[in-house]
Ligand binder design. Structure first.
Ligand code: NAD
Ligand code: UDP
Length: 340
């Protein structure tokens, strides 16, 4: 394992003794979009935070601003390999998440989710840590029920191009519940619905980042299919708040629990809102529908409301406006670098 020690650059070290122990939170995938926001919030709450990441879809720049904090530490490690880190709380967020990312290396995606779950659970089993899994609405596949309640078992095509991710996450859930029943590991499984916000990669291929970047560049907005498919978009701060509440809930609260914003819209309407917010001259164009693309998705969050007292507070236009500002600043800074 390699460790990125704050203010000392990159170095090979065997462990991180100074930061280990109770009160420490380990965030697998902490350099990614969601993981970096989670690291930030955990530090604000006074935790020691260990970010473990192999930087495959995450970026060092996502956590650069945290490196000056003596309670923050980064380890370069792949969750497919075993690890021993003593923390009282583990968040397993390590997995590619956008369809182009997870389909680029499907075998690697499946193994990251299965072996990553095994290695994370083995670590928790040794240390007695509470371990929180970032599962996904993709466990419901192309759902025949709308909204999706946690009791719905889903409609996944296990041999299609999304199967590597969907079945990887489903297997990970099985492992979490079996480690709980068999070994008494303290688990929590949260199913995340489409979440967006600052620090998404501009080239991650997800619909929110694609549309905003296309609009800011006055390029065509690419709708896959007829645009009548629906999603329910949650702003990142709301999602992280949900996970923090979940992690602090009693050990009887293990989930699975849906975390997402139930405001459902079509992809076509999303494109129109992005055009309005950016005053863009872009046109909307239609490309072929992608294989096994879920036609509808909306979380039933009654369990999260009852068990965690949680519901999303940031409306879509507000959250999108913040995300537009983020990408606008990012693209402007890139333009300046080009000029120099
Ligand atoms: P992301 O790609 O930005 O972050 C994933 C992080 O995991 C990256 O930093 C990446 O480098 C790291 N990673 C990937 N494979 C790894 C491996 N083998 N070993 C160590 N690190 C590895 O994606 P995100 O949107 O931040 O998603 C985070 C988690 O939330 C993922 O598990 C994803 O499945 C889940 N999720 C996200 C959404 C969403 O809308 N953002 C929805 C459902 C589920
Ligand atoms: N999508 C689209 N244009 C894009 C990117 C995505 O129309 O440029 C569609 C995609 O086909 C899907 C929806 O937007 O119906 C959400 O896609 P995303 O990849 O963001 O998330 P997921 O499919 O995992 O929900």
């Amino acid at each position: 394992m390699r460790s990125f020690v704050p203010n000392e650059g990159y170095s090979e070290v065997a462990g991180i003794p100074a930061l280990q122990g109770r009160g420490a939170a380990l965030v697998n995938g902490g350099a990614g979009f969601l993981g970096s926001h989670l690291c930030e919030r955990l530090l604000e709450r006074g935790h020691h935070v260990i970010c473990l990441d192999n930087f495959s879809t995450g970026r060092r720049s996502n956590v650069q601003h945290l490196l000056s904090n003596a309670r923050f530490h980064v380890i370069d490690h792949d969750v497919r390999q075993p690890f021993d880190i003593e923390a009282s709380l583990i968040f397993n967020f390590a997995s590619p998440a956008s369809p182009p990312d997870y389909q680029r290396d499907p075998v690697g995606t499946l193994l990251t989710n299965v072996l990553g779950a095994v290695n994370t659970l083995d670590c928790a089993r040794k240390t007695g840590a509470t371990v929180v899994q970032s599962s996904t609405s993709e466990v419901y596949g192309d759902p025949n029920q709308n909204p999706q309640h946690e009791s719905y078992c889903g409609n996944v095509n296990q041999i299609g191009p999304r199967g590597c991710y969907d079945e990887g996450k489903r297997s990970a859930e099985t492992l979490f519940f079996d480690y709980h029943r068999t070994y008494g590991v303290d688990i929590k499984v949260g199913r995340i619905f489409n979440t967006y916000g600052p620090r998404m990669r501009q080239d991650d291929g997800r619909v929110v980042s694609n549309f905003i970047v296309q609009a800011l560049r006055n390029d065509d907005l690419t709708i896959y299919g007829d645009g009548e498919q629906t999603r329910s978009f949650c702003y990142v701060d709301d999602l992280v708040e949900g996970f923090l509440r979940f992690s602090a809930a009693g050990s009887a609260c293990i989930g699975p629990i849906n975390l997402g914003n139930p405001a459902e819209i079509t992809v076509r309407r999303l494109a129109e809102i992005v055009l309005e917010l950016t005053n863009s001259h872009s046109r909307i164009v239609h490309l072929p529908r992608v294989t096994d693309d879920p036609r509808q998705r909306r979380p039933d969050i009654s369990r999260a409301m009852a068990d965690l007292g949680w519901l999303p507070l940031v409306g879509l236009e507000t959250g999108l406006a913040r995300t537009v500002d983020y990408f606008d600043a990012l693209l402007s800074s890139e333009k300046k670098v080009e000029v120099v």
